[in-house]
Ligand binder design. Structure first.
Ligand SMILES: [Zn+2]
Length: 244
């Protein structure tokens, strides 16, 4: 591969500052995920532009010798200031971690980019960011091919399971389960969220008291099926305090 320059427009989903003052960012773009380094970036103009959740247009330079492309320039194309609000920030961070774990570098996915950008907008603007994050997490998982089994018991295969699966985050039948069945709304969500449109799901929020169980299921499912979501346990509400 020869040295080359490329322009990419994407959202910063991960940002790390090295001891040398370089900023390493991961961008989710319509052409896939890209990791790049802004050398000495902490001390320059790039620092404030390459912030988490910013939509930036970046000029990247790749040489055959270097693992990472270098960020030569970056312009801010869009930002969602309300994501800085603590209750929204946690959900946006959770979505960014999930997207980073689900999508690989060089994998072209315009749909993933659109879905993720829509998730951030929803978390920024909607009155119920927790609900947006639950819906969009399952939609992102579905797009990446991770779809919970809901028609058969995850342990014995019996049809029509309706109880929580505390190990795998799927569903168990009454005979295999140790926990009571999900209430109707929560069960309907788990069975249908992946194939239902985002708009329909957003308009029919599951009552708040049922959400801790849904988050636990999501956390288990992601941990078992996807892995690689380091801060997931602290970010997912209602889960951090539960022993592994
Ligand atoms: Zn069973």
């Amino acid at each position: 591969m020869r040295s080359r320059s490329a322009n990419r427009s994407g959202i910063v989903i991960r940002r790390r500052v090295t001891p040398a003052g370089d900023i390493i960012v991961t961008l989710l773009t319509p052409q896939g995920k890209v990791k790049a380094i802004a050398r000495g970036g902490v001390r320059g103009q790039l620092s404030s532009r390459l912030n988490l959740f910013h939509h930036v247009g970046a000029q990247l330079y790749q040489t055959p010798q270097a693992d990472l492309a270098t960020v030569q320039q970056a312009v801010l194309e869009g930002a969602l200031p309300r994501l800085a609000e603590p209750e929204r920030y946690a959900f946006a961070h959770l979505m960014a971690e999930l997207a980073d774990a689900l999508f690989q570098e060089g994998e072209f996915s315009e749909q993933a980019f659109e879905l993720f950008a829509g998730a951030l907008r929803g978390i920024s603007h909607q009155a119920d960011p927790e609900w947006v994050a639950l819906v969009m997490s399952y939609k992102l998982l579905g797009l990446a091919g991770f779809i919970p089994q809901t028609t058969r018991c995850a342990r014995c295969g019996a049809p029509g399971p309706s109880h929580p699966d505390p190990l795998g985050g799927q569903l168990l039948c009454g005979a295999c389960a140790s926990l009571p069945a999900y209430p109707e709304e929560g069960l309907d969500f788990l069975q249908n969220v992946v194939r239902r449109s985002v708009r329909v799901s957003i308009e029919e929020p599951v009552p708040e008291e049922q959400r801790p169980a849904l988050w636990r299921a999501l956390e288990r499912f992601v941990t078992v099926q996807v892995g690689g979501v380091q801060s997931w346990r602290q970010l997912v509400p209602h889960v951090g305090a539960v022993p592994a």
